[in-house]
Design a protein around this ligand. Structure first.
Ligand SMILES: [Zn+2]
Length: 61
C-alpha cells in the first residue's frame, strides 16, 4: 500500500517551491518528477525507513 508523504521542494531550475508526494513504501528511490512551474525534469532521490521519510535530495537530471 502506498504511503505518500507531502514534501515542499525547491525546483533546481526555476527556484519555485513545489509540492511533491513521496511514496515511502519503498526504502530508496530515485525518480524524475517534472516541475509543475517550468516543466523541467527534477531528479528526486528519497530515503525512507519504516514508512517515514528520512531524507530527500534534489538534482538536475
Ligand atoms: Zn521549475
Amino acid at each position: 500500500m502506498a504511503n505518500l508523504e507531502e514534501q515542499d521542494i525547491t525546483c533546481p531550475f526555476c527556484g519555485e517551491t513545489i509540492t511533491v508526494f513521496v511514496d515511502c513504501s519503498e526504502d530508496n528511490q530515485t525518480y524524475i518528477d517534472d516541475c509543475t512551474v517550468c516543466c523541467r525534469p527534477i531528479e528526486i532521490t528519497t530515503h525512507c525507513e519504516e514508512g517515514t521519510l528520512i531524507s530527500l535530495n534534489i538534482g538536475r537530471s
